[in-house]
Design a protein around this ligand. Structure first.
Ligand SMILES: [Zn+2]
Length: 294
């Protein structure tokens, strides 16, 4: 009987333990990020000493994100808040200004990264160039986590070094795949303006974007001008990001006589597997772009 009781208690203890992943002990450093992409990268650096969660859920974009009541609760509990800045996740400043998490340590990943200016605005989508993640995001994450928890510094640095090596592998793999596209076809038309760093790094020309400002549909005249530009550039395909409705991309493609519309790129938010990690997202996107432009 005593053995049975012990077995029962043991089973209960196991159930209790399994409710919390072994990689996230209760003493883990609590990091809240604005997007799922940053949560994944911070988690890779933090490893078992960190639990990183995103305010914005998978599949939702940051530029027009409307904070939910729960978001303030998540922020209030965070020891470090990680955002991108440069206009990507301004909702966070509004949330923090409203009084929640005002004392929390912050890391703004875009601070100090030279920007590409598009239509007079510095563009925030640095992470679509994996070498910017390696050069800027990773060291900034190591510094911020180590400042809060100096005992974790060696682990954070080792994890970041390991991840940097994975980024090098990713980069070489993506470049080899993109080499399959004839140089004259390396032209992108996308839904929103997420690809300037990607295009610069991987050698694409950006022909145009459908949505100059997220949350504001183009006028009929703007769309007509883009149709002319796209026709003149002889692009093979129109791309749209999964966080947006494909309606306007399909309209543009049909008016420009383009039959190939890819509506499943991921950039500001992770998607379903295999795009449920940053590395997976990059591989997925290039896996969609290459066959469409070949
Ligand atoms: Zn974006």
């Amino acid at each position: 009987m005593r053995n049975l009781l012990a077995a029962g208690l043991l089973a209960l203890a196991l159930v209790a333990c399994s409710g919390r992943p072994s990689s996230s002990p209760s003493s883990a450093l609590r990091v809240v990020t604005t997007t799922t992409v940053f949560a994944d990268i911070v988690q890779k650096v933090g490893g078992s000493r960190v639990v990183a969660t995103s305010i914005i859920p998978p599949g939702v974009g940051p530029e027009d994100y409307e904070p939910k009541p729960d978001d303030a609760v998540k922020l209030a509990d965070a020891q470090l808040v990680v955002s991108n800045g440069v206009g990507l996740d301004n909702f966070l400043d509004h949330l923090l200004a409203s009084g929640t998490g005002g004392e929390t340590q912050r890391l703004v990943l875009g601070d100090g990264i030279p920007t590409i200016t598009v239509d007079g605005e510095p563009n925030p989508h640095f992470w679509l160039d994996p070498m910017l993640v390696k050069q800027f995001y990773l060291p900034a994450i190591v510094t911020s986590l180590s400042a809060i928890e100096p005992g974790g510094q060696a682990l954070y640095q080792a994890n970041a070094d390991d991840y940097a090596a994975q980024l090098d592998t990713l980069d070489a793999e993506l470049k080899a795949r993109i080499d399959e596209i004839p140089a004259a076809n390396r032209r992108l038309v996308t839904f929103h303006d997420a690809f300037p760093y990607f295009a610069r790094h991987f050698g694409f020309e950006l022909i145009g974007v459908i949505l100059a400002n997220v949350g504001q549909d183009p006028s009929a005249a703007e769309l007509a001008a883009l149709v002319d530009k796209v026709k003149a550039a002889h692009v093979n395909a129109v791309f749209s990001e999964a966080q947006f409705s494909p309606r306007l991309s399909e309209t543009l493609a049909s008016e420009a006589g383009i039959t190939h519309v890819v509506t499943t790129l991921y950039n500001d938010a992770l998607g379903p597997p295999p795009a449920d990690t940053y590395l997976g997202l990059m591989r997925w996107n290039v896996g969609q772009i290459v066959p469409a432009l070949k």
